[in-house]
Write a protein that binds this ligand. Structure first.
Ligand code: OAD
Length: 239
């Protein structure tokens, strides 16, 4: 399919796009997230039982994300947005902030962000850099309620699903990059986009669980494939 400046491209990314920046993916590490079982750190139940431990884990993840930089895969997507402008949107399951750091502006962080936290009482969001992280369980500067990491945990509803649904119904190309395709609802987006007529593209190190709806599969590292693919689109459209 020929991609031009008028093609509406919707991208979904997962942990695989940040792997080349040095962040471990979830399922490649045997279901463990930095040596923790997901249910011990990424569920509302875990936070209710052990808030200080869960906070410690996310403070470490934030510190770790601060040390990382966007890789050529992120930068290629920033170039694609620069070219397509309003015809581009990016949905990410990642919480590391690397797409924004690369220069992408139209970004939906459907699983939240390490860069913000959320008050469990008044629901205000705060930049994490403004919070006193010396406290084991930081308190809300407005209402003194307990703050929590602004991460969508298992069993919670992802952010911005209405906007995502509208984008899925109105894209010409849907691209899925570095995601295993096992965590819903994100894993079902390719099916919706395909039913609504989009051409679907996947970039992944390995074949995917939800491969039935993929029209074009590029196997390999996102940081190697995306720059070539995207430069190819831009060059052939501008000839
Ligand atoms: P996964 O760890 O499940 O999948 C990462 C995918 O990236 C795998 O399919 C790998 O083969 C692929 N991959 C690894 N390195 C790559 C590279 N350099 N280039 C391209 N692909 C590569 O991560 P997600 O699909 O993002 O949820 O996981 C989805 C959600 O489950 C996460 O957002 C998280 C998790 O538990 C929450 O935290 C709520």
């Amino acid at each position: 399919m020929k991609i031009t400046k008028d093609t509406r491209v919707l991208v979904l990314t997962g942990a695989g796009i940040s792997a080349e920046s040095g962040l471990k993916t979830f399922r490649d590490a045997g279901g463990l997230w930095e040596n923790h079982r997901v249910e011990d750190v990424a569920t509302p139940e875990a936070f209710r039982k052990a808030p200080a431990m869960v906070w410690k884990f996310y403070k470490e993840r934030w510190q770790q994300a601060l040390q990382t930089k966007p890789n050529p895969g992120h930068l290629a997507l920033a170039k694609l947005e620069d070219w397509l402008q309003d015809n581009f949107y990016l949905i990410t399951q990642n919480v590391d902030g690397l797409h924004t750091a690369a220069g992408n502006k139209r970004v939906i962080e459907m699983h939240g962000s390490l860069n913000t936290c959320l008050c469990t009482r008044c629901s205000h969001h705060f930049p994490i850099k403004d919070i006193n992280l010396e406290e084991d369980i930081p308190l809300c500067p407005k209402c003194k309620g307990m703050l929590r990491p602004d991460i969508v945990w298992f069993g919670e509803i992802p952010y911005h699903l209405d906007k995502i649904d509208a984008l899925l119904h109105n894209c010409d190309v849907f691209m899925m990059i570095g995601t295993s395709g096992v965590v819903y609802p994100a894993a079902g987006f390719v099916m919706t986009a395909s039913y609504f007529g989009a051409h679907t593209i996947a970039v992944n190190l390995n074949p995917m669980e939800n491969g039935d709806f993929i029209d074009e599969f590029h196997q390999g590292k996102a940081g190697e494939i995306l720059p070539q693919l995207i430069d190819g689109w831009i060059n052939s459209a501008e000839k």
